[in-house]
Design a protein around this ligand. Structure first.
Ligand SMILES: Nc1nc2c(ncn2[C@@H]2O[C@H](COP(=O)(O)OP(=O)(O)O)[C@@H](O)[C@H]2O)c(=O)[nH]1
Ligand SMILES: [Mg+2]
Ligand SMILES: [Zn+2]
Length: 369
Protein backbone atom coordinates (compact mmCIF):
# COMPACT_ATOMS: atom_id res chain seq x y z
CA UNK A 1 0.00 0.00 0.00
CA UNK A 2 0.93 3.57 0.18
CA UNK A 3 1.72 4.40 -3.42
CA UNK A 4 -1.05 7.00 -3.48
CA UNK A 5 0.26 8.65 -0.35
CA UNK A 6 3.58 9.17 -2.02
CA UNK A 7 1.97 9.95 -5.35
CA UNK A 8 2.64 13.00 -7.37
CA UNK A 9 -0.96 13.91 -8.12
CA UNK A 10 -2.15 17.26 -6.87
CA UNK A 11 -5.05 15.87 -4.87
CA UNK A 12 -5.39 15.13 -1.19
CA UNK A 13 -4.60 11.55 -0.32
CA UNK A 14 -7.65 9.50 -1.06
CA UNK A 15 -8.16 6.26 0.74
CA UNK A 16 -10.97 4.20 2.16
CA UNK A 17 -11.17 2.67 5.57
CA UNK A 18 -9.60 -0.53 4.32
CA UNK A 19 -6.53 1.36 3.32
CA UNK A 20 -6.81 3.15 6.62
CA UNK A 21 -6.82 -0.15 8.50
CA UNK A 22 -3.82 -1.32 6.55
CA UNK A 23 -2.10 1.92 7.45
CA UNK A 24 -2.76 1.04 11.07
CA UNK A 25 -0.92 -2.25 10.82
CA UNK A 26 2.66 -1.92 11.93
CA UNK A 27 5.09 -2.03 9.07
CA UNK A 28 8.47 -1.15 10.44
CA UNK A 29 10.27 -1.55 7.13
CA UNK A 30 8.74 1.55 5.57
CA UNK A 31 10.22 4.97 5.76
CA UNK A 32 7.74 7.38 4.17
CA UNK A 33 5.84 9.46 6.67
CA UNK A 34 2.49 8.78 5.10
CA UNK A 35 2.97 5.08 5.57
CA UNK A 36 3.76 5.28 9.25
CA UNK A 37 0.73 7.16 10.49
CA UNK A 38 -0.07 4.65 13.19
CA UNK A 39 3.43 4.68 14.67
CA UNK A 40 3.42 8.44 14.72
CA UNK A 41 0.07 8.69 16.39
CA UNK A 42 1.05 6.13 19.00
CA UNK A 43 4.20 8.02 19.93
CA UNK A 44 2.18 11.24 20.03
CA UNK A 45 -0.20 9.71 22.55
CA UNK A 46 2.61 8.61 24.80
CA UNK A 47 4.37 11.93 24.68
CA UNK A 48 1.39 14.20 25.12
CA UNK A 49 0.02 15.24 28.50
CA UNK A 50 -3.68 14.57 28.89
CA UNK A 51 -6.32 16.25 30.94
CA UNK A 52 -9.98 17.00 31.36
CA UNK A 53 -9.76 20.54 32.68
CA UNK A 54 -12.37 22.66 31.05
CA UNK A 55 -10.65 25.58 29.42
CA UNK A 56 -11.72 27.82 26.62
CA UNK A 57 -9.86 30.77 25.32
CA UNK A 58 -12.93 32.94 25.73
CA UNK A 59 -13.15 32.38 29.47
CA UNK A 60 -9.38 32.64 29.93
CA UNK A 61 -9.43 35.96 28.10
CA UNK A 62 -12.52 37.27 29.88
CA UNK A 63 -11.14 36.40 33.31
CA UNK A 64 -7.80 38.05 32.65
CA UNK A 65 -9.31 41.16 31.12
CA UNK A 66 -11.67 41.54 34.08
CA UNK A 67 -8.91 41.10 36.67
CA UNK A 68 -6.30 43.18 34.85
CA UNK A 69 -8.54 46.22 34.47
CA UNK A 70 -8.77 48.76 37.26
CA UNK A 71 -5.22 50.04 37.52
CA UNK A 72 -4.73 53.52 36.15
CA UNK A 73 -2.04 53.23 33.49
CA UNK A 74 1.15 54.78 34.79
CA UNK A 75 4.25 55.19 32.67
CA UNK A 76 4.95 54.33 29.05
CA UNK A 77 3.73 51.21 27.30
CA UNK A 78 5.92 48.16 26.77
CA UNK A 79 5.66 44.51 25.80
CA UNK A 80 6.62 41.43 27.79
CA UNK A 81 9.41 39.79 25.81
CA UNK A 82 10.48 37.07 28.25
CA UNK A 83 11.21 36.07 31.83
CA UNK A 84 14.32 35.98 33.99
CA UNK A 85 13.86 34.10 37.23
CA UNK A 86 11.08 35.95 39.07
CA UNK A 87 11.52 39.02 36.92
CA UNK A 88 9.62 39.96 33.80
CA UNK A 89 11.55 41.29 30.82
CA UNK A 90 9.93 44.39 29.32
CA UNK A 91 10.73 45.53 25.79
CA UNK A 92 10.36 49.29 25.43
CA UNK A 93 9.26 51.10 22.28
CA UNK A 94 12.93 51.69 21.38
CA UNK A 95 13.65 47.95 21.58
CA UNK A 96 15.64 48.12 24.83
CA UNK A 97 14.95 45.45 27.42
CA UNK A 98 14.69 45.78 31.22
CA UNK A 99 14.00 43.13 33.86
CA UNK A 100 11.12 44.35 36.00
CA UNK A 101 8.99 43.31 38.95
CA UNK A 102 5.23 43.66 39.28
CA UNK A 103 3.68 46.35 41.48
CA UNK A 104 2.21 44.64 44.53
CA UNK A 105 -1.47 45.48 43.95
CA UNK A 106 -1.23 44.32 40.35
CA UNK A 107 0.36 41.03 41.38
CA UNK A 108 -2.39 40.57 43.99
CA UNK A 109 -5.06 41.00 41.37
CA UNK A 110 -3.75 38.81 38.58
CA UNK A 111 -1.61 36.40 40.65
CA UNK A 112 -2.64 32.98 41.91
CA UNK A 113 -2.47 31.42 38.47
CA UNK A 114 0.31 29.50 36.77
CA UNK A 115 1.61 32.54 34.97
CA UNK A 116 0.04 35.94 35.69
CA UNK A 117 1.77 37.48 32.68
CA UNK A 118 2.76 35.92 29.40
CA UNK A 119 5.08 36.80 26.56
CA UNK A 120 3.25 39.24 24.31
CA UNK A 121 1.38 41.03 27.11
CA UNK A 122 1.18 44.81 26.68
CA UNK A 123 1.90 46.62 29.90
CA UNK A 124 2.62 50.05 31.41
CA UNK A 125 5.78 50.44 33.42
CA UNK A 126 8.04 52.88 35.26
CA UNK A 127 11.46 52.55 33.58
CA UNK A 128 13.54 54.14 36.38
CA UNK A 129 11.96 51.92 39.04
CA UNK A 130 11.80 48.81 36.80
CA UNK A 131 8.22 48.23 37.94
CA UNK A 132 5.19 47.15 35.91
CA UNK A 133 2.19 49.20 36.98
CA UNK A 134 -0.67 47.79 34.90
CA UNK A 135 -1.54 45.32 32.18
CA UNK A 136 -3.59 46.07 29.11
CA UNK A 137 -6.47 43.83 28.06
CA UNK A 138 -5.45 40.90 25.86
CA UNK A 139 -6.86 40.48 22.38
CA UNK A 140 -5.98 36.78 22.25
CA UNK A 141 -4.20 34.01 24.12
CA UNK A 142 -2.69 30.68 23.31
CA UNK A 143 -3.72 28.70 26.38
CA UNK A 144 -4.10 25.12 27.47
CA UNK A 145 -4.18 23.06 30.64
CA UNK A 146 -0.79 22.93 32.35
CA UNK A 147 1.03 19.70 31.55
CA UNK A 148 1.93 18.99 35.21
CA UNK A 149 -1.21 20.21 36.97
CA UNK A 150 -4.29 19.93 34.76
CA UNK A 151 -6.26 22.24 37.05
CA UNK A 152 -4.05 25.17 36.04
CA UNK A 153 -4.42 27.05 32.80
CA UNK A 154 -1.09 27.76 31.17
CA UNK A 155 -1.08 30.80 28.94
CA UNK A 156 1.72 30.12 26.48
CA UNK A 157 1.56 33.57 24.90
CA UNK A 158 -0.71 36.61 24.70
CA UNK A 159 -1.80 38.88 21.86
CA UNK A 160 -0.88 36.46 19.09
CA UNK A 161 -2.19 36.75 15.56
CA UNK A 162 -1.06 33.51 13.95
CA UNK A 163 0.17 30.02 14.72
CA UNK A 164 2.77 28.97 12.15
CA UNK A 165 2.80 25.19 12.21
CA UNK A 166 6.07 23.71 10.95
CA UNK A 167 6.29 20.04 10.11
CA UNK A 168 9.01 18.09 8.30
CA UNK A 169 7.95 15.90 5.37
CA UNK A 170 10.61 13.43 6.52
CA UNK A 171 13.64 13.26 8.88
CA UNK A 172 12.01 13.14 11.35
CA UNK A 173 9.13 11.07 9.98
CA UNK A 174 6.21 13.14 8.69
CA UNK A 175 3.80 13.62 11.59
CA UNK A 176 0.39 14.84 10.43
CA UNK A 177 -0.80 14.15 13.99
CA UNK A 178 1.36 16.98 15.28
CA UNK A 179 0.22 19.41 12.60
CA UNK A 180 -3.45 18.59 13.17
CA UNK A 181 -3.07 18.98 16.93
CA UNK A 182 -1.50 22.39 16.45
CA UNK A 183 -4.33 23.39 14.10
CA UNK A 184 -6.92 22.31 16.69
CA UNK A 185 -5.06 24.22 19.40
CA UNK A 186 -5.03 27.33 17.19
CA UNK A 187 -8.73 26.97 16.37
CA UNK A 188 -9.62 26.42 20.04
CA UNK A 189 -7.93 29.71 20.83
CA UNK A 190 -9.52 31.54 17.91
CA UNK A 191 -6.16 32.07 16.19
CA UNK A 192 -5.36 31.95 12.48
CA UNK A 193 -2.96 29.24 11.37
CA UNK A 194 -0.65 28.48 8.47
CA UNK A 195 1.31 25.33 7.68
CA UNK A 196 4.90 25.04 6.46
CA UNK A 197 6.15 21.65 5.31
CA UNK A 198 9.95 21.48 5.34
CA UNK A 199 12.53 19.25 3.62
CA UNK A 200 10.66 19.15 0.30
CA UNK A 201 14.05 18.40 -1.27
CA UNK A 202 13.67 14.88 0.13
CA UNK A 203 9.95 14.08 -0.43
CA UNK A 204 7.31 15.24 -2.89
CA UNK A 205 5.21 17.64 -0.82
CA UNK A 206 2.14 17.71 -3.10
CA UNK A 207 -0.14 15.17 -1.36
CA UNK A 208 0.43 16.54 2.14
CA UNK A 209 0.23 20.11 0.92
CA UNK A 210 -3.14 19.41 -0.70
CA UNK A 211 -4.56 18.15 2.59
CA UNK A 212 -3.99 21.55 4.22
CA UNK A 213 -4.78 23.82 1.29
CA UNK A 214 -7.96 21.75 0.99
CA UNK A 215 -8.88 23.00 4.47
CA UNK A 216 -8.49 26.59 3.32
CA UNK A 217 -5.31 27.01 5.37
CA UNK A 218 -2.30 28.76 3.80
CA UNK A 219 0.27 26.00 3.29
CA UNK A 220 3.77 26.13 1.84
CA UNK A 221 6.45 23.56 1.07
CA UNK A 222 10.02 24.75 1.64
CA UNK A 223 13.54 23.37 1.38
CA UNK A 224 16.78 24.62 2.89
CA UNK A 225 18.57 25.00 -0.44
CA UNK A 226 16.00 27.23 -2.13
CA UNK A 227 13.93 30.29 -1.30
CA UNK A 228 10.65 29.12 -2.88
CA UNK A 229 7.72 30.75 -1.06
CA UNK A 230 9.93 32.84 1.24
CA UNK A 231 8.45 36.08 -0.11
CA UNK A 232 4.92 34.71 0.34
CA UNK A 233 5.72 33.64 3.89
CA UNK A 234 7.24 37.00 4.81
CA UNK A 235 4.15 38.75 3.40
CA UNK A 236 1.86 36.44 5.37
CA UNK A 237 3.74 37.17 8.61
CA UNK A 238 4.22 40.92 8.12
CA UNK A 239 2.76 43.01 10.95
CA UNK A 240 1.75 39.97 12.94
CA UNK A 241 2.78 38.34 16.19
CA UNK A 242 3.44 34.72 15.37
CA UNK A 243 4.07 31.63 17.44
CA UNK A 244 6.08 28.98 15.62
CA UNK A 245 4.90 25.49 16.55
CA UNK A 246 7.00 22.52 15.58
CA UNK A 247 8.82 19.58 17.02
CA UNK A 248 12.56 19.49 17.45
CA UNK A 249 14.50 18.90 14.26
CA UNK A 250 11.79 19.81 11.75
CA UNK A 251 13.78 22.80 10.52
CA UNK A 252 12.25 25.79 12.34
CA UNK A 253 15.57 27.54 12.97
CA UNK A 254 16.77 26.84 9.44
CA UNK A 255 13.59 28.37 8.02
CA UNK A 256 13.56 31.42 10.31
CA UNK A 257 17.22 32.12 9.59
CA UNK A 258 16.49 32.05 5.85
CA UNK A 259 13.33 34.17 6.13
CA UNK A 260 14.62 36.86 8.46
CA UNK A 261 18.42 36.76 8.26
CA UNK A 262 18.69 35.46 11.83
CA UNK A 263 21.51 33.31 13.12
CA UNK A 264 19.67 30.83 15.30
CA UNK A 265 21.68 27.70 15.87
CA UNK A 266 20.54 24.72 13.84
CA UNK A 267 21.01 21.05 14.58
CA UNK A 268 20.74 19.94 18.18
CA UNK A 269 19.90 23.34 19.73
CA UNK A 270 16.76 22.09 21.40
CA UNK A 271 18.73 19.69 23.57
CA UNK A 272 21.48 20.17 26.12
CA UNK A 273 24.68 18.11 26.19
CA UNK A 274 22.90 15.23 27.89
CA UNK A 275 20.28 14.90 25.18
CA UNK A 276 17.52 16.38 27.32
CA UNK A 277 15.19 19.08 26.10
CA UNK A 278 16.37 22.36 27.52
CA UNK A 279 13.67 24.15 29.48
CA UNK A 280 14.22 27.58 28.06
CA UNK A 281 11.27 29.86 28.79
CA UNK A 282 9.21 31.68 26.22
CA UNK A 283 10.58 34.78 24.52
CA UNK A 284 9.70 37.05 21.65
CA UNK A 285 11.93 38.26 18.84
CA UNK A 286 11.07 41.22 16.55
CA UNK A 287 12.34 40.37 13.08
CA UNK A 288 11.33 43.39 10.98
CA UNK A 289 8.28 44.33 8.89
CA UNK A 290 6.31 44.37 12.14
CA UNK A 291 6.66 40.61 12.53
CA UNK A 292 7.27 39.42 16.08
CA UNK A 293 8.17 35.76 16.56
CA UNK A 294 7.22 34.09 19.81
CA UNK A 295 9.34 31.11 20.72
CA UNK A 296 7.86 28.94 23.46
CA UNK A 297 8.82 25.40 24.48
CA UNK A 298 5.10 24.93 25.23
CA UNK A 299 4.32 24.25 21.58
CA UNK A 300 6.98 21.60 21.08
CA UNK A 301 4.44 18.80 21.58
CA UNK A 302 1.21 20.76 21.08
CA UNK A 303 -0.81 18.49 23.34
CA UNK A 304 -4.55 18.90 23.28
CA UNK A 305 -5.95 19.16 26.80
CA UNK A 306 -9.26 20.01 28.38
CA UNK A 307 -11.52 19.25 25.43
CA UNK A 308 -14.16 16.67 24.63
CA UNK A 309 -14.13 14.52 21.52
CA UNK A 310 -16.96 16.61 20.15
CA UNK A 311 -14.92 19.78 20.71
CA UNK A 312 -12.06 18.28 18.72
CA UNK A 313 -14.39 17.25 15.89
CA UNK A 314 -16.05 20.65 15.71
CA UNK A 315 -12.62 22.34 15.61
CA UNK A 316 -11.67 20.27 12.53
CA UNK A 317 -13.68 21.88 9.70
CA UNK A 318 -13.38 18.90 7.33
CA UNK A 319 -14.87 16.56 9.96
CA UNK A 320 -17.30 19.08 11.42
CA UNK A 321 -18.88 19.50 7.99
CA UNK A 322 -20.10 15.88 7.97
CA UNK A 323 -20.87 15.48 11.67
CA UNK A 324 -24.49 16.75 11.40
CA UNK A 325 -25.24 13.98 8.88
CA UNK A 326 -24.27 11.15 11.26
CA UNK A 327 -27.24 9.05 12.43
CA UNK A 328 -26.46 9.76 16.09
CA UNK A 329 -26.06 13.31 17.29
CA UNK A 330 -23.36 12.18 19.72
CA UNK A 331 -21.55 10.03 17.13
CA UNK A 332 -17.86 9.61 17.95
CA UNK A 333 -17.15 8.52 14.35
CA UNK A 334 -15.68 5.29 15.63
CA UNK A 335 -17.99 2.24 15.73
CA UNK A 336 -21.38 3.84 15.06
CA UNK A 337 -23.55 2.81 12.07
CA UNK A 338 -24.41 5.41 9.43
CA UNK A 339 -21.46 7.59 10.36
CA UNK A 340 -21.17 10.34 7.77
CA UNK A 341 -17.60 11.14 8.81
CA UNK A 342 -16.38 7.59 8.20
CA UNK A 343 -18.31 7.50 4.93
CA UNK A 344 -16.53 10.69 3.90
CA UNK A 345 -13.17 9.08 4.73
CA UNK A 346 -14.17 6.06 2.57
CA UNK A 347 -15.03 8.36 -0.33
CA UNK A 348 -11.81 10.32 0.09
CA UNK A 349 -13.63 13.52 1.09
CA UNK A 350 -11.71 13.54 4.38
CA UNK A 351 -7.98 12.74 4.33
CA UNK A 352 -7.16 9.55 6.23
CA UNK A 353 -4.39 11.37 8.09
CA UNK A 354 -6.92 13.91 9.42
CA UNK A 355 -9.29 11.18 10.58
CA UNK A 356 -6.45 9.33 12.33
CA UNK A 357 -5.39 12.57 14.01
CA UNK A 358 -8.92 13.07 15.29
CA UNK A 359 -9.01 9.52 16.65
CA UNK A 360 -5.65 9.95 18.36
CA UNK A 361 -6.72 13.20 20.03
CA UNK A 362 -9.99 11.70 21.23
CA UNK A 363 -8.28 8.58 22.55
CA UNK A 364 -6.11 10.83 24.69
CA UNK A 365 -8.96 12.82 26.18
CA UNK A 366 -11.04 9.71 26.82
CA UNK A 367 -8.08 7.89 28.32
CA UNK A 368 -8.23 10.40 31.17
CA UNK A 369 -11.89 9.55 31.83
N1 LIG B 1 17.34 18.04 3.73
C1 LIG B 1 16.91 19.08 4.46
N2 LIG B 1 17.36 19.25 5.72
C2 LIG B 1 16.92 20.30 6.43
C3 LIG B 1 15.98 21.22 5.89
N3 LIG B 1 15.68 22.14 6.84
C4 LIG B 1 16.43 21.82 7.92
N4 LIG B 1 17.17 20.72 7.69
C5 LIG B 1 18.09 20.05 8.64
O1 LIG B 1 17.33 19.52 9.73
C6 LIG B 1 18.06 19.63 10.96
C7 LIG B 1 17.25 20.36 12.00
O2 LIG B 1 17.06 21.70 11.57
P1 LIG B 1 16.75 22.88 12.61
O3 LIG B 1 16.51 24.11 11.83
O4 LIG B 1 17.80 22.96 13.67
O5 LIG B 1 15.39 22.35 13.27
P2 LIG B 1 14.59 22.89 14.57
O6 LIG B 1 14.96 21.98 15.69
O7 LIG B 1 13.15 22.76 14.20
O8 LIG B 1 14.99 24.31 14.78
C8 LIG B 1 19.36 20.34 10.62
O9 LIG B 1 20.36 19.38 10.47
C9 LIG B 1 19.05 21.03 9.29
O10 LIG B 1 20.20 21.20 8.52
C10 LIG B 1 15.52 20.99 4.52
O11 LIG B 1 14.72 21.73 3.95
N5 LIG B 1 16.02 19.91 3.87
MG1 LIG C 1 15.72 25.23 16.47
ZN1 LIG D 1 -20.09 9.86 12.84
Amino acid sequence: MGSKYKGTDQHAPRAGLNRLRRANQKDAGRSSGWERLSDDDASMERAAPVGKTSHFAVSVLARFNRLAGGDTPEGPEGTISGFQGNLVVVRAADGGETSCSLRRNLLKRIGGVRNPLAVGDRIHWLPDQAVITSVRPRRSVLARADSHNKALIHVLAANLDLVLVVGALTRPTFKPGFIDRALVLAAANGLDAAVVLTKSDLVDPAPALATYTGLGIPAFAVRHDRDDHHADLRALLAGRTVVVAGQSGVGKSTLLNALFGLSLRTGEVDEDGLGRHTTTSAKSIPVGDGTVLVDTPGVRECAITGMTGLDVCLLMPDLARFHPQCRFADCTHDHEPDCAVQAAVERGDIAVSRYLSYRAMVAEDLAQG
